[in-house]
Design a protein around this ligand. Structure first.
Ligand SMILES: [Zn+2]
Length: 258
């Protein structure tokens, strides 16, 4: 049964990466599947701080409608999540697996197949403690998923609710969409942290992603869809061009020359 294999895979995927910056072997092949990496807490479901009780799962409005649209268009749906509660001993890996399985069942009942879950089990680095290589803004989870599923990262998207998520997606070589749901409060902008697209909910996100087309161009196709009315168009366009130039190079390991 699918859920059993799904649960088993969560265990293996909690293992941190030893070499997250190695290129995914299948990335860039035309035949490789593309994915939507959706951040669990904040983007897909309401925040569940250190809580893995399936009874507390509350999907974001229109979340499954959006994901269904993307799945129908050929995207593989992969949930990514950061779970420092594992490092702190607040809950077990088995409890987290049960939460993921419950979410997969809820989605499947609505006709949405969540293909896999990838979780960072580490605490944030602080002081002399190094940050791990899979907690956003590091791209480890996406790279691990790319190896596991043979994904084309350049044709994949990260959907998250913070700029750390956006940066992780870009570092993995994906495009990144920010859900404006109030999670981001610091707004530390840099080229890598500039979203390609912003949306108010996952249905709007799906429509914007589909409008962007399948592949990331050299100058990233930065959609105007769903931009908040408050944004200043000219400044935003300039930042987006700058972001495209920088992260297009950084994502492939080259240093900007200008
Ligand atoms: Zn980690």
């Amino acid at each position: 049964m699918r859920l059993e294999s799904h649960t088993a895979s969560v265990w293996t995927q909690l293992t941190p990466l030893s070499a997250p910056d190695s290129a995914a072997p299948h990335a860039g092949l035309d035949a490789a599947p593309r994915a939507i990496f959706v951040d669990l807490e904040g983007a897909l479901v309401e925040p569940l701080p250190d809580n893995v009780d399936p009874a507390g799962l509350r999907l974001r409005p229109l979340a499954l409608d959006g994901l269904r649209l993307l799945a129908d268009a050929g995207y593989r749906l992969i949930v990514v999540t950061q779970q420092p509660g594992l490092a702190y001993g607040i809950f077990s890996r088995a409890a987290l697996s049960r939460l993921h399985a419950a979410l997969a069942r809820i989605a499947q009942a609505q006709g949405v197949h969540l293909a896999d879950f990838y979780a960072c089990p580490h605490a944030p680095g602080a002081g002399r403690v190094d940050a791990c290589l899979c907690r956003a803004p590091s791209p480890g989870l996406m790279r691990q998923a790319a190896r596991g599923h043979g994904l084309a990262l350049a044709q994949s998207w990260l959907v998250g609710d913070t700029l750390d998520d956006i940066e992780a997606g870009h570092r993995a070589g994906c495009r990144s969409l920010l859900l404006d749901v109030g999670s981001e409060t610091e707004w530390r902008i840099s080229p890598l942290r500039q979203p390609d697209v912003r949306a108010a909910n996952l249905l709007q996100a799906a429509q914007a992603i589909l409008a962007c087309g399948p592949a990331r161009a050299e100058a990233a196709p930065l959609a105007r869809a769903a931009r908040p009315a408050s944004a200043a168009p000219s400044r935003q366009a300039g930042l987006q061009q700058l972001a495209a130039r920088w992260w297009g190079r950084l994502a492939f390991g080259h240093r900007p020359t200008s």
